[in-house]
Every structure is written in structure tokens, then in C-alpha cells.
Ligand binder design. Structure first.
Ligand SMILES: *Cc1c(COP(=O)(O)O)cnc(C)c1O
Length: 369
């Protein structure tokens, strides 16, 4: 058997006619920039996320950068985020001229350890960016309490968590503003790079709307210095189709995670927790095992494209070092980075594939936990 880590072709084939028609319509109208599909998708994605506003942008990274800009974060400011995340979370903070301050993760949730945030707050701190990593919501109540106490803004990095629910509320509607990525492999993926911000704050929404389009309020009238950061109409058209299937696909991901968890019972595998207050959409299915590198090679040799998210934490990247940080240690992040491995999880994964993957893991790890 050969099992890819994600299989975009299968997803496309399932809805080929509908997607092809949506693309053809854009080609026919040639409204390539901010066409009617953009407005329609934004409206639908805002509704889906339980937020008042959605502004489509060119990527998840751009969504983070424009969120920071809209909140006025810049030179001399500090922004707190987490050591175990994709590089873009921290890089976006650098890109607005501010300094990322990292916090370790909680071992069980893999998300920011909320007990370690306050000690990192200084007079320069302006915002916190919690990441809903692997599709599991961060502990938003505590984060919002801390933010209120110190008058900080909260930017949700929801790039892996479309549709995830924290205590019954969809992520993207909980903080001051949120960033989503529609990178093709995400739970809701475009056919190229795309992203969005969601917010309940009309003035933030308006700012992002200007920033993504050269700060332009009407053609050639520039109220702000902006960027070319719009979502393409073609992507919005594809996303509008795919959004209809997101709930169903998230449910399929959840049921695959449940199957894996069951198949690993009695084995030396630490599996992700199911918790209805932190309702994950399983963008990734991450387990911890001993001899992770051995397992990765074993699975790859068996045709299973397992991966690691992330093999090198932010504070150990060379790109991070150039900014002159001292050697930092984050005990949990550093330890977990050696044991984590992500197994394939996507809606089109078949039962026999799930069993083949799980059996292969069972064969490698020892029994008894
Ligand atoms: C994917 C991702 C991003 C960046 O999104 P792009 O669309 O690739 O720019 C940011 N943060 C996290 C946690 C992500 O997974």
C-alpha cells in the first residue's frame, strides 16, 4: 500500500464538476480581483465561524501580519506566542517590526501553557497569539482573562482549526481578531495560497479590508499604506464550493482520530485527548512514541507518508538565531519535539488504510501502557 500524507486529488475528484463550474464562471466573468465570489465567500465563512466579519487575504501568514498591523502592533512592541507552532506565527510578528516572546506548551494539549504567559508579559507587550495547534482550540478563557488584566489584544492563529469549537464557540470568533489559512492541505484548502481574517470588530475589519488592497477606500484614494494582499477571486470561488463540505469532512477527520485512538489502546502510544470543551477538528493526528525516528523510517518504508509537526521548534531554527536571541530552552516543547509523529488523516482515508497504518504502528511500538 502507498498512503500519502494528504491526498488533494481525491478531494478534487469528489467535487470536480462543482469546482470546475465555479472556476469556469470566474473565467467567464473575468472578475479576477475582488469579484463577487470574494464577497459571497467572506459572508459565508464569517457565518460559519460565528464572527461578524470576514476579509479574504492572500495567505494565513498575511492574515497574521495584517491583523497585527490593524491592531497597531509594530516597532518596539512585544507579542507573546508559543514555541511549538509553524514558523509563520512567529515570523509575522518580526515582519511588523515587533519581537516575538515565546511560551512553552502544555504537554497534553500541545497548546500554549497558559500558566506560563504572565511571567513573559512586560511593559512592551501588546498582544498574545495563541495557536489552535493541530486543530485543537487553545485555552481561550484564561488567555482572554490575562489579556483583559494587562490590556492586551488576542489574535487567534486559527490556521489549522477551521470549525474547531472552544466550549461550544467556534474559533475565529473568540479573540479580538483571527487568522485562517486556506493553504491547500488545511481542513479548508484553496487551490493555491489564500487566507482570511475574522473579527467581530467593525473597525478592525475595515482596517484589514483597506490594508489588503493598497489602503484604498475608493479607487486611487489611499487612506492607509497598504499591500497587495487580496484573496484571488478564483480561490474564493473554489472555497465557496468546498466550505459546503467542511463540516462533513471535519466529522470524518474526528472519526478517523477516534478509530486510531481505539486501535492504539494497550500500546505504548500517547494519543490525542478527546475533550468536548476543546473540540478539535484534527487537522493533524499527532501521537508520541519512543524511538520516533525509528517509527518514521519504518512507516515510510512501508509506504506510509507520516511526518513530524514540527521537527525543529521555533527557538531552534536558524532563522530565529539571526535576531540575536540567547539560547532559550522550553522544556516541554523540546522534549515533545523528539517524540511526536503525525499519521495521515484526511476525509478520504479508507478504513483499510487506517487499519494498515495503525497495524504498522502497533508492530513497531511495544505493547503495554
Ligand atoms: C499554515 C499555517 C500558517 C500560515 O499559513 P499560510 O497560508 O501558509 O501562510 C500560520 N500558522 C499556522 C499554525 C499554520 O499552520
Amino acid at each position: 500500500m502507498k498512503i500519502n500524507f494528504v491526498d488533494l486529488k481525491k478531494g478534487y475528484k469528489l467535487h470536480k464538476t462543482e469546482v470546475d463550474n465555479a472556476i469556469q464562471k470566474v473565467l467567464d466573468s473575468s472578475g479576477f480581483i475582488l469579484g463577487e465570489e470574494v464577497k459571497r465567500f467572506e459572508k459565508k465563512f464569517a457565518k460559519y465561524s460565528g464572527a461578524k466579519y470576514c476579509i479574504g487575504v492572500s495567505s494565513g501568514t498575511e492574515a497574521l501580519i495584517l491583523s497585527l498591523k490593524a491592531l497597531g502592533v509594530g516597532e518596539g512592541d512585544e507579542v507573546i506566542t508559543v514555541a511549538n507552532t509553524f514558523i509563520a506565527t512567529a515570523a509575522s510578528i518580526f515582519h511588523v517590526g515587533a519581537k516575538p516572546i515565546l511560551v512553552d506548551i502544555d504537554e497534553k494539549s500541545y497548546n500554549i501553557d497558559v500558566g506560563k504567559i504572565e511571567s513573559k508579559i512586560s511593559k512592551r507587550t501588546k498582544a498574545i497569539i495563541p495557536v489552535h495547534l493541530y486543530g485543537r482550540p487553545a485555552e481561550m478563557d484564561t488567555i482572554k482573562m490575562i489579556a483583559e488584566k494587562y490590556k492586551l489584544k488576542v489574535i487567534e492563529d486559527a490556521c489549522q482549526a477551521h470549525g474547531a469549537k472552544y466550549k461550544g464557540r467556534k474559533v475565529g470568533s473568540i479573540g479580538d481578531i483571527a487568522a485562517f489559512s486556506f493553504y491547500p492541505g488545511k481542513n479548508l484548502g484553496a487551490y493555491g495560497d489564500a487566507g482570511a481574517i475574522t473579527t467581530n470588530d467593525s473597525s478592525l475589519a475595515r482596517k484589514v479590508e483597506l490594508l489588503r488592497n493598497h489602503g484604498q477606500s475608493v479607487k486611487y484614494k489611499h487612506d492607509l499604506l497598504g499591500f497587495t494582499s487580496r484573496i484571488d477571486t478564483l480561490h474564493a470561488a473554489v472555497l465557496e464550493v468546498k466550505l459546503k463540505y467542511l463540516e462533513k469532512n471535519n466529522a470524518l477527520r474526528k472519526s478517523i482520530a477516534k478509530k486510531y485512538n481505539k486501535l492504539f489502546e494497550g500500546y505504548n502510544v500517547i494519543v490525542p485527548e478527546f475533550n468536548k470543551d476543546f473540540d478539535s477538528v484534527f487537522h493533524l493526528y499527532v501521537i508520541q512514541v519512543e524511538n520516533r525516528d525509528g517509527l518514521l523510517k519504518y512507516l515510510n518504508d512501508k509506504g506510509i507518508a507520516a511526518q513530524i509537526h514540527y521537527p525543529i521548534p521555533i527557538h531552534r531554527q536558524s532563522a530565529w538565531k539571526v535576531f540575536g536571541y540567547k539560547d532559550e530552552k522550553f522544556e516541554v516543547t523540546d522534549r515533545v519535539a523528539k517524540n511526536i509523529i503525525s499519521l495521515p488523516i484526511y476525509p478520504e482515508l479508507k478504513d483499510e488504510e487506517i487499519e494498515y497504518i495503525a497495524k504498522s504502528v502497533q508492530n513497531f511500538v511495544k505493547k503495554g501502557l
